[in-house]
Structure formats: C-alpha cells, structure tokens
Design a protein around this ligand. Structure first.
Ligand code: NDP
Length: 322
C-alpha cells in the first residue's frame, strides 16, 4: 500500500511517499481502508522530532474510512462499517490498523471528511471547553490562531457555551472567517499589541481563560490578559515551545492557573473517547458545529500540505483524501 513515512527527522522533504506492506492486524484490531486522513500540527512536531517518535515512522494520527477486515476477537465492528479514530499512528496511508477500543462508529449524518476533521480537533475543543476550563455563560475568553483548524471550532463552541470571544489572527481574510464562526472581536496580533487590545475590549478586567496554542510568541502576553484566578490553557507550540517560566508569576499576576493539557489524556479510556466523540458529532447534527474543509490534498502531495499548514496559509482543517 502507499504510505507517508519518515526515516529521519526534518522538514517537509523528510516525508516520502512509499510502497510498504499493509499492516498485519491482531485479534482485537480492525483494518480500516482510509477515505480521509487528518493533518494536524502535531504531525509537524513528530516530523521535526520536537515530539520524538521511533523511526522509521508512518505519520498521521487521525482519519476516517471503512472497515476492511476485523480480527477474530472484534465484536463491536463489522466489515463495511463507517468508522473514525485518532491518536493511533499511521493514518497517512491507504490502510490503518486500529485497536477495536480506539475506534468509533461514524453516524450517517457525518461524512468521512468531517469525521477525519473532527476526531482530533473536535475532541480537543470538547475537552478544552468542557473539562480543562468548563466555559459558562458570560465568561470572557481569548482564542489565539482563531481561524485555524482548532480555532474555528473553538470559537463556535465557546459561543454555544455563552462566552464572549476574542480571537487573534494574522490576516484580514482570517479575521473575516473567525467573525463568521461567531467571534465577538478580532485582533490582528501581527499588527497590534493584543495585550493592550484585550485590556481595552474588557474594560481592564481581562479574560477568564486564554486558549493558547501558539506558544512561544504569545505565552507571556497571554498571561497578562487574564483576570485574577484566570486560566492559562497552553495547549500547543505553533510558534515554538515555551521553555522558560517562573511559577511565582502566577501568584503575582492574580493567583492564576496554568495547565499544559494533551487530548490523549482526556480520551485515555474507551468511555471518554466514546462520550467526547459522540458529543462532537451531536454538535454537528444539531448544526452547532461546522467544519471548514477547504484545504484538501492527495496523499502524494503531503509535503505541500505540511508547508501550507506551517506557512500559516491554511484556514480550518487540512485533509489528505484517498
Ligand atoms: P492551525 O490550523 O491552528 O495552524 C496553526 C496556526 O497557528 C497558523 O495558521 C497561525 O495562525 C498560527 N501561528 C501563529 N504563529 C505561528 C508560527 N510562527 N508558525 C506557524 N503558525 C503560527 O493548526 P491546528 O488546528 O492543527 O493546531 C492548532 C494548535 O493546537 C497547534 O499548536 C497544535 O499543536 C494544538 N493542538 C493541541 C492539542 C492538545 O491536546 N494539546 C490537540 C490539537 C491541537 P495565524 O496566521 O492566524 O497566526
């Protein structure tokens, strides 16, 4: 089968489009014929070695497709079922081998593209807004990279929860998309000082929570945007990792909370995986959540997909279509 592999860490050129053997599946595994594979920022961290993986490595942590084969102990899925998954490596390929308990059924109302787009980023939005800092009516929140894959989904759910949402983006085009998704106010953080703008927009009160996936270039100022007892939710490193921080600042700046969460701990058991994915699909069915699917690439064009994502050229979800 065709697959995208890395044999050493590096830039997009480190990824090669290769013929490899289809994965051999165990008794409790399901072999999925991929229809769409999600491209996520974490794939770039694995590719560069920021998050080390064992090499050679087949990239891709998310996808949707059709059950092709089932192991003899599999009871919850049958050949032909529509399914989706995330968190298991190897989705940049024609087939993926997924343990039965890490797979979820795709409802009829959710397409394979939507499924592949929602598993990782949709469930991230679910845990960020429902568990890490459960948003409530009237909360004020700041969302960086608001027109990105996670960003556009996060705005919609923050609005659904009744929060006032400020989004940051780098261009006017992205500002328009974040507005369309429901953001109340937008800051072009590449042109304006977002810390000052947030203070102005909130009459000096600050926000209750910052969802910061940009990291290095925003972290320090994000902390300064918080109200006392506010939550700094640092969940990504699109501009590079945050490496220096003095915990005493949290006290001095208002007894703040700092967390650095990862989706995979919030879906560690099958029950949370099922519950979170079902809720995300329910939001789609109720039309409370829409996915922007503009950036679609073939598997062979994966290098271009990564370059676009890292070059800040994409909005919404990036997918590889089989
Ligand atoms: P995005 O579509 O959001 O793309 C990244 C965006 O970050 C860019 O479009 C850009 O938006 C912004 N950005 C700011 N500075 C930079 C920079 N120096 N280089 C590149 N981009 C920059 O990606 P995803 O939706 O896939 O992921 C968003 C973030 O969420 C990532 O950091 C990812 O790691 C994190 N994440 C974390 C999870 C967790 O559980 N911890 C789970 C899922 C995602 P703009 O041009 O508007 O600034």
């Amino acid at each position: 089968m065709k697959a995208i592999r890395i044999k050493e860490f590096g830039g997009p050129e480190a990824m090669s489009y290769e013929d490899i053997d289809a994965p051999s599946y165990e008794a409790s595994d399901v072999l999925v014929k991929m229809e769409a594979s999600g491209v996520n920022y974490i794939d770039t961290y694995q590719r560069t070695g920021l998050y080390p993986v064992e090499l050679p490595y087949t990239l891709g942590l998310e996808g949707a497709g059709i059950v092709e084969q089932v192991g003899e102990q599999v009871t919850q899925f049958s050949i032909g079922d529509r399914v989706a998954f995330c968190g298991i490596p190897g989705s940049y390929a024609e087939y993926a081998k997924i343990p039965e308990d890490r797979l979820v059924p795709l409802p009829d109302e959710v397409t394979a593209k939507e499924g592949a787009a929602l598993m990782l980023q949709g469930m991230t939005v679910h845990y960020l807004t429902q568990s890490t800092y459960p948003l409530k009516q009237g909360d004020r929140c700041l969302i960086h990279a608001a027109a990105g894959g996670v960003g556009l989904l996060l705005i919609q759910i923050a609005k659904l929860m009744g929060a006032y949402v400020i989004g940051t983006v780098s261009t006017e085009e992205k500002a328009a998309l974040a507005k369309e998704a429901g953001a109340d106010d937008i800051i072009l953080y590449t042109q304006a000082d977002f810390e000052k703008e947030v203070a102005q927009l909130t009459d000096g009160k600050g926000v209750n929570v910052v969802y910061d996936s940009v990291g290095k270039t925003t972290f320090e100022q994000s902390i300064n945007c918080l109200s006392p007892l506010g939550y700094m939710v640092l969940f990504g490193n699109a501009s590079g990792p945050v490496t220096e921080f003095n915990p005493a600042d949290l006290a001095q700046k208002g007894s703040l909370f700092l967390t650095r969460p990862s989706l995979f701990h919030y879906i560690a058991d099958q029950e949370s995986l099922r519950k979170r994915s079902q809720q995300v699909f329910q939001w789609v069915k109720e039309k409370n959540l829409k996915v922007r699917l503009e950036h679609l690439f073939s598997l062979a064009d994966v290098q271009e997909a990564h370059r676009s994502l890292e070059g800040r050229k994409t909005t919404g979800k990036v997918l590889l279509i089989h």
